[in-house]
Design a protein around this ligand. Structure first.
Ligand code: UDP
Length: 348
């Protein structure tokens, strides 16, 4: 009989999910199962993960907004040690344009997954949250205890609501141990160059837009606003390498499994602690790639927060996690990934 325990990764074909699966596959004694509806990702990611790890990924195509489909997944996979819930839409501008898409998908899928965790007695649950929950606040860097501001976009609001829901579920069900990881801005790609951020839909995040522009997929990119009250007028974010984000999930999972958590709902920031402006990010890309980027200054983007970066001290202390990649590494790996995709497209 197979006594291996299972880790369910929702959104496992997506950007952060796929990088986390690579780290999970290196752990002994776990059966890693990916669940995705491929609304913004592709199942070809699994063959790329196999190229990197030499391991096949068991996967299901499931719409987590569909309760029956979600239940049948939990029914098929017994012995579930943890659920890592990445599956969600994540674009600030798209959420401003189409709030329904964000509320219906991000909230309904979370409810179904939480309900299944209760019904099928899964004790450990990790949620992809976001620094956007802090809103526009003056006190920087932000700590987990910093009071949340108003959500600047429907996307950010789905993450605030998600955290509150999980807190309530955890309060009402003490057997459920939960963590919300507040990502700052995950960027870059796996050092192998074989996987990275490759949305099916149009890219809206800064770094893929930078590399898409450099490779000619986008003719000219825009810097969204130049009169913010920041050192160069462009918005400030805390960019953090996706593999560092992935390894934080392993730490978070063991934190729950090893019962190190003091409360059954814990929050951790995942950033580097460095605020980087859009113009500085562009300059870092130009330096490591030796490419001159075709950009212009455009208007402010609705829903944007002016500046945000993390105080990581709580995470470093309690999760024993420290990011190891710097901004140059983030840009370099993102660029190698863009060039790999170009090569693939030329072949087909
Ligand atoms: N940004 C930009 N031009 C683009 C895409 C993004 O200037 O084509 C800016 C965006 O307005 C924000 C920063 O880059 O200030 C990071 O945006 P992203 O969408 O990557 O992350 P988020 O807004 O979720 O922090």
């Amino acid at each position: 009989m197979n006594s291996q325990k299972t880790i369910i990764v929702t959104g496992g074909a997506g950007y952060i999910g796929s990088h986390t699966i690579i780290e999970l596959l290196a752990l002994p004694n776990y059966n890693i199962v990916s669940v995705d509806n491929y609304s913004n990702s592709s199942a070809t990611t699994y063959s790329r993960i196999e190229m990197i790890t030499g391991k096949k990924v068991k996967h299901y195509a499931v719409d987590l907004c569909n309760k029956k489909e979600t239940e049948s997944l939990f029914e098929s996979e017994k012995n579930i040690e943890a659920v890592i819930h990445f599956a969600a839409f994540k674009s600030v501008p798209e959420s401003v344009e189409n709030p329904y898409k964000y509320y219906s998908n991000n909230i309904n899928s979370l409810i179904n997954v939480l309900e299944c965790c209760l019904k099928y007695k899964v004790s450990n649950f990790i949620f992809s949250s976001s620094c956007s929950v802090y809103g526009n606040i003056n006190e920087l860097p932000v700590k987990e205890t910093t009071p949340l501001g108003k959500a600047e976009s429907p996307y950010a609001f789905t993450k605030q609501i998600g955290e509150e829901m999980i807190k309530d579920y955890a309060r009402a069900n003490p057997q459920l141990q939960t963590i919300a990881l507040r990502y700052f801005n995950p960027v870059g790609a796996h050092i192998s160059g074989f996987i990275g951020e490759s949305p099916i839909n149009k890219a809206t995040s800064l770094v893929p837009i930078i590399t898409n522009t450099a490779v000619g997929k986008i003719k000219q990119m825009k810097v969204n606003g130049s009169d913010y009250a920041t050192r160069d007028g462009s918005c400030i974010r805390d960019y953090v390498h996706v593999t560092d984000i992935a390894t934080a999930h392993i730490k978070a999972m063991y934190y729950l499994i090893d019962k190190k958590n003091k409360s059954n709902f814990s929050i951790f920031n995942l950033g580097t602690g460095n605020g980087v402006s859009v113009l500085e990010a562009i300059a870092a890309f130009e330096k490591v790639s030796n490419e001159k980027l075709n950009y212009t200054i455009g208007p402010k983007r609705e829903g944007d927060v002016e500046a945000i970066y993390s105080d990581n001290s709580f995470t470093e202390k309690h999760l024993d996690w420290k990011p190891i990649f710097n901004l140059d590494d983030m840009m370099k790996t993102a660029w190698v990934w863009e060039l790999e995709q170009k090569k693939e497209n030329q072949k087909s």
